[in-house]
Ligand binder design. Structure first.
Ligand code: ZN
Length: 325
């Protein structure tokens, strides 16, 4: 048993040696294998590092789309001064500044580009005051034909039909005084606005309101915004028919509006002070809102509901353009 045991121990020692030799061989193999791999990993790391700057370049390239506005704005910087921040509409062409309750466009025409900004508004009352819109278009044609010249330092805007619903829906009818909601657009401004007023001595032929609140109507919103945005300094709002001129400002006209009213009365023969004589209680009016905003403003009432008064109002327009505050 002892010999047998000795033989078996010898075998075991041999097995251990074989195992150790094998293990050493495997370790040697692995070392041989991994040593280059260490370099390979290092090599792997290098491309990764190389990729990193590539990525950085890519990242720096990524904002390029967001950088697009920069070159664009650089490119547009040169034309900007000539275009001006709010591009001017083309001269003599209708451009829309808003819409009526029924979605009809409210159009304005521009003439000239000077800093002295003036405006004419026709058809704030539609229907039976249609002749104020016709007059506005005739004045536009006079300027286009060169019959009336706009001074170089002046911009003139003409808005022929502020109330297109009343103008087109009720031609030559007092039903067209208000817009499609029966709001009187000359009682809807934020100047001594009242929901109601004494009807005695005022227009009272058909149902009419002042709107739910000042500037409740899209027509007055559009025009007030346009006047403020374009820094209008003086304006005429045409009506018919009292053959008179009213100056803006309550309870008393402001000096500039009164001077403008007198200047226009002197060339037209329209009455100033107006024939009305204070019979009607005026609330929420355009010219009073304009006056409160430092704008010289007058209402001009044509002689009747039929005549366009073009001969008189050529003189009025020339005096309006020449008038100095
Ligand atoms: Zn009117």
């Amino acid at each position: 048993m002892k010999n047998n045991n000795h033989l078996s121990e010898k075998k075991n020692v041999k097995h251990v040696r074989i195992f150790v030799v094998s293990l050493v061989s495997i370790l040697a193999f692995l070392l041989m294998t991994f040593l280059p791999k260490k370099n390979f990993l290092a090599n792997l790391y290098i491309p990764f590092m190389e990729e990193s700057p590539t990525l950085t370049v890519f990242v720096s390239a990524t904002p390029t789309p967001t950088l697009f506005p920069t070159p664009t704005s650089t490119i547009t910087q040169a034309p900007t001064p000539s275009i001006s921040p709010t591009p001017m509409p083309p001269e003599g062409k209708a451009f829309s500044v808003g819409s009526s309750i029924e979605g009809k466009s409210i159009d304005v025409f521009r003439f000239g580009s000077g800093s002295n900004v003036r405006m004419i508004i026709g058809g704030i009352h539609g229907g039976y005051e249609w002749n104020t819109s016709v007059l506005s278009y005739l004045l536009i044609e006079d300027i286009k034909s060169g019959r009336i010249k706009v001074p170089f330092d002046t911009t003139l805007y003409i808005l022929p039909i502020l109330n297109p619903d009343g103008y087109f829906d009720y031609p030559d009818s007092s039903y067209g005084r208000g817009n499609a909601r029966s709001v009187d657009l000359n009682r809807n401004w934020d100047a001594i606005w009242e929901a109601d007023w004494p009807r005695t001595g005022c227009f009272s032929y058909v149902y009419i309101t002042a709107g739910e609140k000042p500037f409740s109507e899209p027509e007055t919103q559009a025009l007030s915004q346009f006047i403020l945005d374009n820094q209008v300094k003086a304006l005429i709002s045409y009506h018919s028919a009292m053959s008179s001129i009213f100056a803006g400002g309550r309870p008393e006209p402001d000096t500039a509006s009164e001077n403008l009213a007198k200047a226009l009365a002197s060339v037209s023969g329209y009455n100033y002070p107006p024939l009305d004589g204070g019979a009607c209680c005026y609330t929420g009016q355009l010219i009073d809102w304009a006056s409160a905003n430092g704008i010289a403003a007058v209402d001009i009432e044509l002689t009747d509901h039929d005549s366009n008064d073009i001969v008189i109002n050529r003189k009025v327009l020339e005096a309006f353009l020449a008038w100095q505050e």
